[in-house]
Design a protein around this ligand. Structure first.
Ligand code: ANZ
Ligand code: ZN
Length: 855
């Protein structure tokens, strides 16, 4: 293949990004210049990873921002001499493909592949330095085979189990609904039926086994955003408290345990609240009451407790407070979570606001036991007193402060057998069952004799049947597929059925980063030594919407597989960058609340609704279809080229911050690139060497080295916007002076400038590199080195006179302006005493020599 460098005389005067970009994308591809190198030295590796996209069909601006940031980092690290791994893939299972299948009768696989092809071509236009040989989609058999393998590894480790759990059940469609598919009135979005709660057997992963380590290791993640770590910490929700056992009155041997963080309030308990599914309800024979409880249960949504009113029913059961033998009514209440603690709460209305509200609506006693002072007061509470304080009305514990009381009460209870110290976690086990077709099949067989039996590894993958009839009222189409579902039990060979649940797609995305280093391996999910070599990911880039689940699941799986001995790393992602959103102006009619598309608004400066002529409110909001403010990356690239789009996105805001789309800023970047082009054009088409003054050279060298230093620092700190500002400064200082420099320095400046530009605008810099006469890609060169000496400013000794008499001498920069010379002089210690309280009449400045202050 010919070297594509063009010689000087065909250098086009006008900057034509499309031709250049197309040409280089093609060349890079044919020469496969982004192929991952073997990396002999582990210390030299750099793994740059973007969160892989869901192939929804079209690239949006959020994707573009994500991949441009990662690409910049990869290119920069390559220039710094690192062996870079920069892969890309597709998070390809999931609901939209199934919905497309229902709506349009297309097979989910066909729909997905088509989207991947299209989105890949859009990615290529961005000029990403991705090693496409490592590409895979999670719906590829060669990939999901290993997702199943990993499921079985977890199964062997005892981290997989089945449990009945409550789901949203649509009694008309006879199907399970996700929470988002139940409307605010508790009705199905499909059938309109009132959704019921139903217990279904589902598959879980024991992430809770790792709760402590997942929490503890957050401390190791020094290069994660603090807020992401806080979100994870809250999600894991470690809570130190006490379990307290209450006996039931009149029912021998029956008891109920609560979990509390406030054992100090035990004397203030006036009721106990239990969840709708609490075991103790089995002691009730009153059918009327049970029906009432059930109908209440079906009428409350069990997520988002905090926002709904607290309702409940008195069960008639009575508990005995172990500390003072008080009789306490037991209620079922909608605010008690089934899966947290023991599913039962000791109600202390005086000291817990939820309990206070519940007691107030249900006429339950309120008994205060914690006070600000050691002496109790009789003030009536208007809301719960939730702080710590001194105990009263608590017999021998009176006068103790909360902390001490918690400990003492628990110790007393422990001795008597009704209390124990207990640490609880909010984190729940991970429910991975989905009653869906388009997901990774769970590799289990359900046998009447043997129960749930794993498929043997050698029989993987359990393939999704391709002949499938996906109907809107039968979400789990796998159940209908007799050819597929009927199998022999791997253990006893009796006729059995396959598990028809598929896995949550988060399962597929929580190990993909392990596979990239050995993406094409047909015999293993990943090679141990390659994982040990390339991981953890050095820089992970993605949306903050994945701050909790994806990142936690990925961390969990990494730890669990490490414990299976599959590799030795503890954490998957070393540095994390969560990029901000891309926003654009949205136009809203305040009266109707409707968003109006800018394409039908006549004047965007003073926008009016074309329908009712009312003035529209302008605000910057996340780009979305519903707000009609999305900007299609393809259109921008078609208009200005990918380099401009990249420069704009990197320049407009720091990567973690939201970015406001502005057409004029995009044009600004286009003009900047055009000016760069013009400068190189002039250099290469004219003969401009001149003999020039030495101090110019010094200041140019200094400007160049400042640029190298600052841009390097900025990129290292992920401050790409200021890095581009430094590039602009560098450009400004050379654009005037370039043609006064000697030819060696001219060339050095021009080479360094495009090397610094290369990670940001890879196409134009590659093109100019070749015009300068180089062979080989600019993206395989070395990042410029700083010449520290050039950074030192030239100085001279300034003589300072006051009224003509020499009073001081100071060393200042040759570049100091007249104003700077004046202010440095009057600030000098020796001068101050001469001019104190005197009016300065004038300064006489002889630059480079002397200043005379006349007073
Ligand atoms: C009595 C009490 C008195 C409480 C008081 C708080 C304040 P964290 O810190 O989030 O762990 N609780 C326990 N299990 C619950 C469940 N399944 N559903 C809803 N609430 C539950 O909170 C622990 C506190 O949350 C526990 O302490 C319990 O209420 C409640 F002045 O017990 B507390
Ligand atoms: Zn069997």
């Amino acid at each position: 293949m010919n070297d594509p460098s063009i010689n000087k005389n065909v250098f086009n005067k006008a900057y034509k990004p499309f031709e250049i970009e197309k040409k280089w994308q093609k060349t890079w591809k044919t020469k496969n210049i982004y192929k991952t190198s073997e990396c002999e030295n582990i210390k030299n590796k750099f793994y740059a990873l973007s969160m892989f996209p869901y192939p929804s069909g079209n690239l949006h601006m959020g994707h573009v921002r994500n991949y441009v940031i990662t690409d910049l980092i990869s290119r920069y690290q390559t220039l710094r001499g690192k062996d870079v791994l920069h892969p890309m893939g597709w998070d390809a299972f999931g609901l939209p493909a199934e919905n497309a299948a229902i709506e349009r009768g297309i097979n989910p696989k066909t729909w997905t592949s088509k989207n991947i092809d299209h989105m890949k071509s859009q990615l290529e236009v961005l000029g990403l330095s991705v090693d496409w040989e490592k590409e895979f989609a999670t719906c590829d058999e060669e990939y999901y085979k290993w997702t199943q393998f990993i499921f079985l590894e977890l199964f062997k480790e005892g981290l997989v189990y089945q449990k009945e759990s409550e789901v949203n059940w649509d009694p008309i469609d006879k199907t399970v609904l996700a929470n988002e598919q139940v409307d605010s009135e508790g009705k199905s979005w499909r059938s309109g039926a009132t959704v019921e709660k139903k217990l279904l057997k589902q598959w879980y992963l024991k992430i809770t086994n790792y709760a402590d380590e997942l929490l503890r290791d957050l401390d190791k993640l020094n290069d994660w955003p603090e807020r992401v770590k806080i979100m994870q910490e809250n999600w894991i929700g470690k809570s130190v408290g006490t379990k307290i056992k209450f006996n039931l009155k009149n029912i021998k041997g029956s008891n109920l345990t609560v979990f509390t963080t406030r054992a100090d309030t035990l004397f203030g308990v006036t009721y106990i609240a239990i969840s709708f599914n609490h075991d103790i309800l089995k002691n009730i024979n009153n059918h009327n009451l049970l029906n009432k409880i059930n109908s209440l249960k079906n009428n409350v949504k069990t997520d988002n407790y905090d926002n709904q009113s607290k309702v409940g029913i008195d069960t008639g059961l009575i508990a005995i407070n172990p500390i003072n033998n008080d009789e306490i009514p037991i209620w079922v209440a909608n605010y008690v979570l089934d899966g947290y603690g023991t599913g039962a709460v000791m109600g202390v209305p005086a000291h817990d606001q939820r309990d206070f509200e519940f007691a107030s609506t249900n006429s339950i006693k309120i008994k205060r036991v914690i006070f600000n002072n050691k002496h109790a007061d009789k003030n009536k509470l208007s809301k719960a007193f939730e702080e710590n304080g001194y105990l009263s009305n608590s017999s021998e514990f009176n006068g103790l402060y909360s902390d001490e009381a918690k400990e003492n009460i628990t110790k007393v209870g422990a001795k008597k057998g009704w209390a124990e110290f207990k640490t609880e976690f909010k984190l729940r086990d991970w429910l991975i069952s989905r009653q869906r077709y388009w997901g990774c099949p769970i590799p289990m067989v359900i046998c009447k004799k043997c129960g749930a039996v794993p498929i043997e590894s050698k029989d993987l993958p359990v393939r999704l049947p391709t002949k499938i009839n996906i109907k809107s009222n039968q979400i789990n189409s796998l159940k209908e597929n007799n050819d597929w579902i009927n199998v022999k039990c791997p253990v006893c060979l009796s006729p059995s059925k396959r598990e028809t649940d598929t896995m949550d797609t988060f399962m597929c995305s929580s190990w993909y980063f392990l596979r990239y280093p050995s993406a094409n391996n047909k015999n293993e999910p990943f090679e141990k030594d390659k994982v040990n070599k390339w991981l953890p990911v050095d820089q992970y880039v993605g949306g903050v919407e994945h701050a909790i689940l994806h990142l936690l699941y990925a961390r969990f799986l990494t730890k669990a597989l490490r414990d299976r001995g599959l590799f030795d790393i503890d954490e998957p992602f070393n540095k994390l960058l969560t990029q901000g959103m891309v926003q654009a102006a949205a136009y809203k009619n305040i009266k109707t609340g409707k968003y109006i598309s800018p394409s039908i608004i006549e004047n965007l400066e003073t926008p009016l609704d074309p329908d009712d002529k009312s003035q529209l409110e302008i605000s910057f909001e996340k780009m979305s279809k519903s707000k009609h403010n999305g900007i299609d990356p393809q259109i921008v690239i078609n208009k200005y080229g990918a380099d401009t789009a990249r420069m704009f996105i990197l320049f407009k805001a720091p990567p973690e911050k939201d970015l406001e789309w502005g057409d004029s800023d995009v044009e600004g970047q286009y003009r900047f690139l055009s000016r760069i082009w013009k400068l190189y054009y002039e250099y290469l088409t004219k003969n401009n060497e001149s003999s020039k003054k030495e101090y110019n050279e010094k200041s140019i060298k200094r400007a160049m080295n400042i640029a190298i230093k600052e841009i390097t620092n900025d990129i290292d700190k992920n401050q790409y916007n200021t890095a581009i500002s430094e590039l602009m400064k560098f450009y400004n200082s050379i654009s005037q002076e370039l043609f006064h420099l000697n030819s060696t320095l001219q060339k050095e400046v021009l080479v360094n400038f495009i090397l610094l530009l290369a990670p940001f605008a890879p196409h134009i810099s590659e093109e100019l590199w070749h015009h300068l006469g180089f062979k080989g890609s600019i993206h395989k060169q070395n990042w410029p080195e700083i010449d520290k000496e050039a950074l030192i400013k030239d100085t001279y000794e300034l003589v300072i006179q006051v009224n003509g008499k020499v009073r001081d001498k100071i060393t200042i920069s040759t570049e100091a302006t007249e104003e700077e010379i004046k202010s440095l002089s009057i600030e000098s210690k020796n001068i101050k005493k001469w001019i104190e309280n005197k009016e300065i009449k004038k300064f006489i400045v002889v630059k480079g020599r002397i200043i005379n202050i006349v007073i």
